[in-house]
Design a protein around this ligand. Structure first.
Ligand code: AMP
Length: 111
């Protein structure tokens, strides 16, 4: 069964896609927690960070995509990139993804 995020990437479920390349797609979170809240999702489905195969190359592109998005959106003031792994971290969609948050001061530590 393709994940919710794979369906978004395949345009079977609507979402506002703001960036995509060969490896990842980034779209607006449906329940934004900051003025800018995107999800950066690898095209290859892996359920989470804990199941990422050793030596996997494609998923490393999450970080380079985040850097490009920061530049594209002129977020010189900064941004935060977060991966929730597992129930204790609040992971709800079992397709590895990074949250990209910006546009307000972001408290630390996160809740
Ligand atoms: P996580 O809790 O880390 O697994 O993050 C899952 C995220 O997916 C949450 O922030 C949700 O708001 C977001 N989300 C769920 N369904 C959709 C959707 N259809 N389009 C965009 N974002 C979604």
């Amino acid at each position: 069964m393709p994940s919710l995020f794979t369906k978004i990437m395949n345009r079977e479920i609507p979402a506002e896609i703001v960036y995509e390349d060969q490896f990842v797609v980034a779209f607006k979170d449906i329940s934004p927690q900051a003025p800018v809240h995107l999800l950066i999702v690898p095209r290859t489905e892996v359920s989470g960070l804990s199941t990422l195969p050793e030596g996997d190359g494609d998923h490393q592109h999450i970080l380079s995509a985040a850097k490009k998005i920061g530049e594209m959106l002129h977020l010189e003031g900064g941004y935060r990139v977060v991966i929730n792994q597992g129930p204790d971290a609040g992971q709800t969609v079992d397709h590895l993804h990074a949250h990209f948050l910006a546009g307000r001061p972001l408290g630390w530590p996160p809740g």
